[in-house]
Design a protein. Structure first.
Length: 129
């Protein structure tokens, strides 16, 4: 019975390891990323391309680059978008002489980029026996 329980627990751990990448897999192509690699002092600033079984594929300065999953400590992402937002308002009114008038105005608002959000963090490794 104990062996079956350990086998089930090992299966859940293996399933959970792949599940950690769910948020990364859900990122849209072009999302801004900060990828923290094992042993690197600075993160890699890149754009999301795709996630394969073995690699996180990103674009760095118009060059495609594959980072092995086992070398990734953390991935921070910023959503695609931001920039200018167009707002149009239309008003209809009736003049004193009964004429109907329509006026339209358009405005633009410029917002900053959203903050980076951590979407993957390497789980702590099991202690060595």
């Amino acid at each position: 019975m104990r062996g079956l329980l350990l086998l089930m627990l090992a299966g859940l751990v293996a399933f959970g390891a792949d599940d950690d990448w769910t948020k990364v897999r859900a990122l849209k192509t072009g999302a801004e990323l900060r990828v923290f690699k094992k042993g690197a002092a600075q993160p890699v600033l890149a754009q999301m391309d795709e996630l394969t079984d073995e690699n996180l594929v990103v674009i760095v300065k118009k060059t495609q680059m594959a980072i092995p999953k086992d070398q990734v400590d953390r991935v921070d992402a910023r959503a695609v978008g931001g920039g200018a937002k167009k707002e149009t308002t239309t008003k209809q009114s009736v003049d004193a002489d009964g004429k109907e008038t329509t006026s339209t105005s358009t405005g633009y608002s410029f917002g900053g980029k959203p903050d980076f959000e951590t979407v993957y963090r390497r789980p702590p490794s099991a202690p060595k026996k």
